[in-house]
Design a protein around this ligand. Structure first.
Ligand SMILES: Cc1ncc(COP(=O)(O)O)c(C=O)c1O
Length: 371
């Protein structure tokens, strides 16, 4: 079978790394012989799903024998009304990652380049690689944020998609409004600028910090595409729903490469309700900011640095290789995300947690960093 694989599987697929899923907490507890493990590894919302979304799901269960509305009409209408967008400026996806993959498939010729930076969310590279398109990673600033000038210097006549997270995962850094304007001014005429705003509702809790509003830019420039998700602040990661906002011509082509019925009926009704759950969104944003302030003030150690973050996690530069730190934390029941795959071998990423867990998370990290 190896011969068949080598001879018949396209090279760009053969060289892909399979996604390594984290183990479920219960499995880890069993393996390590511990109980009460805390998972702060996946940037989920520790306050749980939007209660309004939970409330509408039982009624939707009775309709599970029917296919979902393939156009997602009711959700689509709710989103454009909420965000003040024109009709046709929204596409729904099975999570926002789904839409990123569709964007690459729908817009990039084989030699077209997807451009981001070296500390960007790994999916940008993966979406390009899965489609066999070149991915270009510009260098970052010394504090691991997007270096706007270096990004622009990486543009070539083949640049087609420029993808920027704001806030970015795993650094938590944002693109400033001036930075975004500079990128747009330098964007090759054939390219689109994609803002991945998976954590943007969290950034709203930091009004004093300048950061880009992708939707405002989209209103002024048709070359902007914004990706949003219900997986983070709305607490609906398990049901898989996200959307893209952009020019109608761009979103039309997404529909051509997307699969039919890829957004479930449960996801659609849950998202409509969650969108109206302002109380849950505001509480989640306040909670994340308060915990990030605690992480930044209290996680300490020789050469340890906790980066500023406007999302629901922090990147901790441990000042030394992080795999043994990750292992030691695991044994003590605190599951963080090691960052070697991101090219950050000294870093771990720590998501916000329940308030009742916070003291243990910080104390355990500090004990391990001090060891
Ligand atoms: C920056 C960023 N974008 C997108 C996603 C994926 O979102 P979704 O669950 O909507 O596919 C994540 C999830 O971790 C993320 O961190």
């Amino acid at each position: 079978m190896t011969d068949w694989f080598d001879a018949h599987i396209p090279r760009h697929v053969r060289t892909l790394d399979a996604y390594q899923p984290g183990k479920p907490v219960e499995e880890l507890e069993r393996e390590l012989g511990i109980t009460g493990a805390i998972k702060v590894a996946s940037n989920e919302n520790p306050l749980g799903p939007s209660p309004k979304a939970l409330a509408v799901l039982p009624a939707a269960l009775a309709q599970l024998h029917l296919y979902p509305d393939a156009g997602g009409f009711a959700l689509w209408r709710a989103i454009v009304a909420k965000l003040g967008l024109g009709l046709g400026q929204i596409a729904l996806g099975n999570g926002s990652n789904d839409l990123l993959y569709q964007l690459v498939l729908a817009t990039c010729e084989p030699t077209d380049e997807v451009v981001s930076h070296s500390c960007a969310f790994l999916s940008y590279r993966l979406a390009a690689q899965v489609a066999g398109r070149p991915f270009i990673a510009a260098p970052t600033t010394p504090d691991l944020a997007c270096d706007i000038d270096a990004l622009i210097a990486a543009f070539t006549p083949q640049t087609k998609l420029v993808v920027l997270g704001s806030p970015n995962n795993p650094t938590g850094s944002v693109i400033t409004q001036a930075g975004a304007a500079k990128v747009l001014a330098a964007l090759p005429a054939r390219a689109l600028l994609v803002f991945d705003e998976a954590y943007t509702e969290y950034a709203a809790a930091w009004p004093e910090i300048d950061h880009v509003d992708g939707l405002a830019l989209l209103r002024a420039d048709r070359r902007v595409v914004v990706l949003r998700t219900f997986s983070k602040i709305y607490g609906l990661a398990g049901i898989r729903i996200g959307f893209a906002a952009g020019d109608q011509a761009v979103l039309d082509v997404l529909g051509r490469v997307g699969r039919t019925f890829h957004v479930s009926s449960l996801a659609q009704v849950a998202a409509i309700a969650a969108l109206e759950d302002g109380a849950h969104v505001a509480a989640s944003a306040r909670h994340a900011r308060a915990q990030i302030e605690r992480f930044r003030a209290e996680i300490k150690g020789p050469s340890v640095r906790v980066l500023p973050s406007l999302a629901n996690f922090v990147l901790v530069d441990c000042g030394r290789p992080s795999p043994p730190i990750y292992d030691a934390l695991l044994k003590r029941g605190v599951i963080v995300r090691p960052m070697a795959a991101w090219g950050l071998p000294n870093a771990i990423r720590v998501s916000v947690c329940k308030d009742s867990e916070l003291a243990r998370v910080i104390t355990t990290i500090n004990e391990v960093l001090a060891a």
